[in-house]
Design a binder for this molecule. Structure first.
Ligand SMILES: Cc1ncc(COP(=O)(O)O)c(C=O)c1O
Length: 367
């Protein structure tokens, strides 16, 4: 993070702001570190592509040893399957309507596809859509481990898996997302909830005569505690770039942040803030009124207010003040929506030598 101003200076006039700048050597290290940790604990890695939405970075993860990728939408899965990813878990309670029918059938022929399911109705719909090719579709039952988002009670997983099997689908296992591990001090206990839920879910499948091959756990904040023997794979997403929230939660060091937003000061009317060219269209509204919506560490400032194209960079009284026309490095609170705001990533490294521009292949692929 300390390197960002120097990298911006090295990039100079090569970029138009706002722009997401990726330190690809840091990305490589982040991928290697997560894979090595998982290898050391006998877990597979199935990274979530929603963070980078980049075929090139997905390939880096697969080359480093990931067994496949996780997608959040059908269209994300389509992009990565078309790029050659051999095994995709669409970890979402998918409901198939309209054009998704044909797309699901085609996708199940293009890659080894598994989808999340957490209701009998969704499983019946998936079986109906797949028809006589039902066994080409893997079903991974989603259980709730405390996030209270989607997912059945762990003890109910077996009934659903058995239902999928009866309808000709391939019940492959269970997954959960410990989203309640995303607050300070909650990572370890959320991971413990996760392990307990997955153990119960596995027992529930076994009680119905199904031996799960996939027992899948989240997430970047909880990854270091997701070592319970029941877990077969982890699905971290953010670890590839990391962001201010990961540092705040304690699952990343500042020097492991691999993406920042280059943004230019466009107005200074003498208020306690200056205006940047990065608003919600670039950063989304991630953060809160107290912490703000993005950090500018080199000026000890934070984005206090965001309009669509304007960011109000609050600065400490008497501190250094960037001048109009100056480019600053914004560290996002949550990196994923920043990537989704842009068509391309500026690829550089710690030296700031401009290396490349990579497309955000799955940008905006929400359906
Ligand atoms: C189902 C699922 N799996 C995995 C992840 C990855 O979590 P993280 O981005 O915190 O690494 C997410 C994140 O939202 C998710 O929803």
């Amino acid at each position: 993070m300390d390197d960002f101003p120097r990298i911006l200076a090295a990039l100079g006039t090569e970029i138009s702001t706002p722009a997401p700048i990726v330190l690809i050597d840091v990305v490589e290290e982040n991928i290697t570190r997560m894979q090595a940790f998982a290898d050391a604990h006998g877990k597979a890695v199935r990274p979530h592509v929603k963070t980078h939405k980049s075929v090139r970075i997905g390939k880096m993860q697969l080359d480093a040893g990931a067994i496949g990728l996780t997608a959040g939408t059908l269209s994300e899965a389509e992009i990565f399957a078309a790029a050659g990813c051999p095994d995709i878990l669409l970890a979402y309670p998918l409901w198939i309507t309209g054009a998704k029918e044909g797309r699901l059938r085609r996708l199940s022929r293009a890659t080894r596809l598994s989808v999340g399911a957490e209701s009998a109705a969704a499983i019946e719909r998936l079986a109906e859509v797949m028809g006589d090719a039902a066994d080409a579709l893997g079903i991974v039952i989603e259980v709730d481990c405390g996030a209270r988002r989607s997912g059945v009670r762990p003890e109910d997983a077996g009934v659903l898996a058995a239902h999928a099997t009866r309808l000709g689908l391939r019940a492959r296992g269970v997954f959960t997302y410990p989203g309640h591990g995303g607050t300070i001090g909650a990572r370890e206990s959320a991971a413990a909830d996760q392990a307990a839920a997955l153990r119960t879910a596995v027992e529930s499948l076994r009680a119905h005569g199904i031996e799960p091959e996939i027992v899948s756990a989240g997430s970047t904040p909880t990854a270091e505690f997701s070592t319970d023997p029941v877990i077969t794979e982890v699905r971290p997403g953010e670890y590839v770039f990391n962001d201010w929230d990961n540092v705040r939660l304690g699952d990343s060091a500042p020097q492991n942040i691999a993406l920042f937003l280059a943004s230019t000061v466009v107005s200074d009317q003498g208020h306690p803030h200056v205006i940047l060219d990065a608003g919600t269209k670039a950063l989304a509204r991630e953060g809160n009124p107290e912490r703000g919506y993005g950090q500018v560490p080199s000026f000890d400032g934070y984005l206090r207010v965001l309009n669509e194209y304007h960011g109000f960079l609050e600065l400490p009284a008497g501190g250094p003040r960037p001048v109009v026309g100056e480019t600053v490095a914004v560290v996002p609170h949550h990196v994923c929506p920043v990537v989704n705001s842009f068509e391309e990533l500026i690829i550089t490294d710690r030296t700031g030598a401009l290396l490349d521009r990579w497309p955000v292949d799955a940008q905006g692929r929400l359906n």
